[in-house]
Design a protein around this ligand. Structure first.
Ligand code: AG3
Length: 297
């Protein structure tokens, strides 16, 4: 360091004590410890504002559109008429922002366990949290596991926008939870779940999908690039009793909807279900295979 240079600040996520992903930081905007986790919001130099829970990157303003468009638009354009949507987690508000772009959606219930995350994102990430006051949204600060076990309400689409399966999110990867979720889904219902890195988290991904398998006729996984998560390649699980993510997808629907997206489009939708060989080998017998034409084998 030359005399007179500003102190060099970086925030890093350490993955499995094996690799690190670092971002140049300008300043800390918020740091707090909730009942559930450590919550930090930093201003980075090149990735906008970034949220970290327990030192793990949740989102950055620069690339959050990718994750949020992919978790929301894939199922909402496969379901024939999604009106009621449940979001478990997703305290930053990015997922409900994308869901609420669909004019047919009448009601969204978002169940976030940690109010500190919601408040920090409301204050420091207004472009992500902007839909949290939408009148169609009921925001509940409570445990999603408990909500799923107790509610009698039905939903067309359920989105699990969770952290990694350590700490408060661990039970969101369990069989009991998926059994509860399948009870709430309407006939054409779809469950999307945050499914970690297919490269670094194979030990999480397979058991998670195996835990969903007994409750869903159709089980798939789809990919996207999350540039600020370890490894960059990330995934969501797609589970449904009836709907096939490709056969039941009308590629003209996104354009007809008038919804503007920056990552998601019909080509990306289809391509995201095409798995590299190392993944289809690892998940053989767990997910339903799709051939290159997008048809179920
Ligand atoms: N949910 C966090 C996904 C997992 C990130 N894992 C990690 N960095 N190790 C993101 C919430 C966005 N609404």
């Amino acid at each position: 360091m030359e005399t007179g240079d500003a102190l060099s600040l970086w925030v890093t996520e350490t993955h499995q004590n094996s690799m690190r992903l670092g971002f140049k930081v300008e300043k800390t905007l918020f740091s707090g410890r909730s009942r559930f986790q450590q919550v930090d919001v930093v201003q980075t130099r090149d990735h906008g504002v970034m949220l970290l829970n327990d030192g793990l990157v949740m989102l950055s303003e620069r690339d959050e559109f990718i994750y949020h468009e992919m978790i929301a638009h894939v199922p909402l354009f496969v379901h024939p008429n999604p009106r009621r949507v449940l979001v478990i987690g997703g305290g930053d508000g990015g997922t409900v922002r994308e869901v609420l772009r669909h004019p047919g959606v009448e009601r969204v219930v978002m169940v976030e366990i940690d109010e500190m995350v919601v408040n920090a994102c409301r204050k420091y990430m207004p472009e992500v949290s902007c839909a949290l006051d939408d009148p169609r949204l009921e925001l509940r600060i409570e445990d999603g596991i408990k909500f799923v076990a107790e509610t009698e309400e039905g939903f067309d689409v359920i989105l699990v926008d969770s952290t990694d399966p350590i700490g408060p999110a661990a039970p969101l990867f369990n069989k009991e939870f998926y059994s509860g979720v399948s009870r709430l889904l309407t006939e054409e219902g779809i469950l999307i779940s945050q499914a970690e890195s297919p490269f670094y988290n194979q030990e999480i991904q397979r058991p998670m999908l195996l835990n969903q398998r007994p409750f869903f006729e159709k089980l798939h996984i789809y990919l996207f690039s999350n540039l600020t998560y370890p490894g960059g390649l990330w995934s969501f699980g797609f589970a449904s009793g009836k709907r096939c993510p490709l056969k039941d997808f009308d590629p003209d629907r996104p354009a007809r909807s008038g919804i503007e997206t920056r990552y998601y489009n019909p080509g990306v939708h289809r391509a995201s279900f095409m798995l590299p060989t190392f993944m289809s080998r690892h998940l053989e017998g767990v997910i339903d295979p799709l051939d290159a034409a997008g048809l179920e084998a």
